[in-house]
Design a binder for this molecule. Structure first.
Ligand SMILES: *Cc1c(COP(=O)(O)O)cnc(C)c1O
Length: 378
């Protein structure tokens, strides 16, 4: 007799793509124009229409590139400082160092892992130019306070909204308001374009600078390429990059945008279920996020009593992936400035992300919940 095959691994996250994306890619390939062209323009228009924003939307090849170009468009460079919450994806920090500026790690709040403005206040210097709040776990409830803080200190705000696409706050969609917002469409975000990102801003000077800088800073080359042209003779005033989005990527993104409604419903359903199934569990806390208004990109538990790694091992043994969002950046050699950030360090010991993506089934989720409860109750 054959041994029963083990249950398939439950993935932490995954790209949720199918025949629609395949057909869209085939269409672009057959048309023979793979680079940046009209497909990207259409994706930008559709994003703008979905968000219902007057601000301009510029697509690039990663969320990291979006953050980097936002920094550059503000002329942030060597000698300048940017306040960044320590608990975030490495990309937020690298986007600041990429332009030669210094990321200043700030603590986060224990209940939401959102930038702690009381801590940030202590770190403002005459060199501080901007603050980069992160929509951690897709939540941005604290954003109004960030804007008040930025106003008080004369700072620009670059929102790392990599987790925030599809969410809303105060009845307004993310991307309708704000100084500069950066989305990510990497493979596992709320929607994907394979890899990809977007800069959203109402500051037309910043928007034009980003549009040009994504194509080696050739002025208005984006506009030419949208109509199938190129700019051959030009002058250049700034550093530029090859950060543009391709038609292939945009074609995937356009299909994903059509699926956002069903993805959102699924992610919200799963998170509501996690919250009710884990509600009474001993030794864990859930983050105090605005669950009714977000499309949750990740689902993070705080495991108390030093048992996080025990749970991670138990999940692994049961064929379930988990993750840690994120390593505290202030502890990384490249960014360490020699001070402690107590809440970030507490969270770093406690946080674990359990599977969440739009293709996760209720049955798979039940398996995850069983392992969590069994481990914590043991
Ligand atoms: C994904 C992510 C980014 C970077 O986006 P990429 O598209 O992967 O480059 C930045 N910040 C956060 C918080 C992210 O989760």
């Amino acid at each position: 007799m054959n041994a029963p095959s083990p249950a398939p691994t439950i993935r932490l996250s995954r790209s949720c793509v199918g025949e629609e994306e395949i057909a869209a890619l085939a269409r672009v390939i057959r048309a023979g124009y793979l680079g940046m062209g009209s497909e990207v323009q259409k994706f930008e228009e559709e994003l703008k229409a979905w968000i219902e924003t007057d601000m301009s939307v510029t697509c690039v090849n990663t969320g990291t590139a979006a953050l980097h170009l936002a920094m550059e468009a503000l002329d942030i460079g060597p000698g300048d400082e940017v306040l960044v919450p320590s608990i975030t994806y490495l990309a937020s920090f690298q986007a600041v160092t990429a332009c030669g500026a210094t990321p200043i790690p700030c603590d986060v709040t224990l209940d939401r892992a959102f930038i702690d403005l009381d801590d940030a206040r202590k770190r403002v210097t005459p060199r501080t130019r901007a603050i980069m709040p992160v929509h951690y776990g897709s939540d941005s409830q604290g954003m109004d306070m960030v804007y008040a803080f930025a106003h008080e200190h004369g700072l620009r705000v670059v929102e790392d909204a990599a987790h925030g696409f599809g969410c809303s706050r105060n009845g307004r969609k993310i991307g309708q308001d704000g100084d500069i917002l950066c989305f990510s469409f990497d493979g596992i975000k709320n929607i994907t374009s394979g890899e990809g990102g977007a800069v959203v801003t109402g500051d037309e000077k910043v928007a034009q600078r980003v549009r040009d800088a994504r194509l080696l800073a050739v002025e208005k080359d984006s506009e030419s390429r949208y109509s199938g042209q190129r700019t051959w003779l030009f002058d250049v005033h700034h550093q530029g990059y090859r950060y543009h989005m391709s038609n292939l990527m945009a074609a995937i993104g356009r299909e994903q945008l059509k699926k956002l409604g069903s993805f959102s419903a699924r992610r919200r359903h799963l998170v509501a279920r996690y919250r009710s199934l884990l509600a009474g569990a001993q030794g864990l806390r859930m983050l105090d996020l605005d669950y009714d208004n977000i499309v949750p990109h990740i689902f993070v538990l705080r495991i108390l009593g030093g048992r996080r790694d025990l749970l991670a091992r138990a999940l692994k043994e049961a064929g379930i992936e988990s993750g840690i969002h994120y390593q505290a950046n202030h502890l990384l050699s490249y960014f360490n400035r020699g001070y402690a950030l107590p809440a970030s360090e507490v969270l770093l010991e406690q946080i674990i992300s359990i599977p969440l993506h739009a293709m996760l089934t209720d049955e798979e989720q039940d398996r995850v919940v069983r392992v969590v409860l069994q481990t914590l109750e043991a």
